[in-house]
Design a protein around this ligand. Sequence first.
Ligand SMILES: [Zn+2]
Length: 237
Amino acid sequence: MQENIKLLIELQGTDSVIFRDKNFIDSMPSKLLSADQAFKEIQSLYEGGKQKVTLLEKKKKDKEKETEDINERIKKIKARASEIKTNKEYQAHLKEIEAIEKERYAIEDEILSIMEAVDAAGKELKAEEIKVKAEKDKVEAFKKQVEKEMAEAEGELSEKKARRSDIADKIDPDMYNEYMKVLKACGGLAVVEARDEICQGCNMNIPPQMFVEIKKNEEINQCPQCRRILYWKEVNE
Ligand SMILES: [Zn+2]
């Protein structure tokens, strides 16, 4: 195989790794961001649940205070019993107590249902808390993994960049320029195999006479359709 073809194949291999690593590194910030967002969503559900429990507990306290006030009122009314002179007054006195007690029962019922709600919300909150913890662990593990993969990609990238400039220095400048043009025009793939008379870049047929030339791997041949540089993969290479 002609040296320039060998170099172009290696250059393409190196560039492909460089593109892959660059894409990988560029995609990481948004992946990290969406992992953080997923965590924040779960956390805000948890905070909402916490707030719900707090509000219910406050409501319960308010109702308990109301009960205390009522008890106080009943006590005061009962204290006035000694001042009662007539049966009519006594009946009115009983009625008054009865009415206030009714009020108290209603509030006590409310307290019971609030307690049930607190219980249910508390259980929900516990479940949310477990989810938050699990998600936090997951995000942290993901971040660690990303850090590791980023370091690997960055290491590989700088190694491949150095290798790339070594290769580029050895290639004929005109060929290198052509390679760069095609690379840009063809989405990062400038050198492809010609297999079964088909360009592996654009999948179009290669004219038979050209295919014969390509198989010799002596000259640079370009696909008549996509302009990619074609080579023949020799079996023993
Ligand atoms: Zn082609």
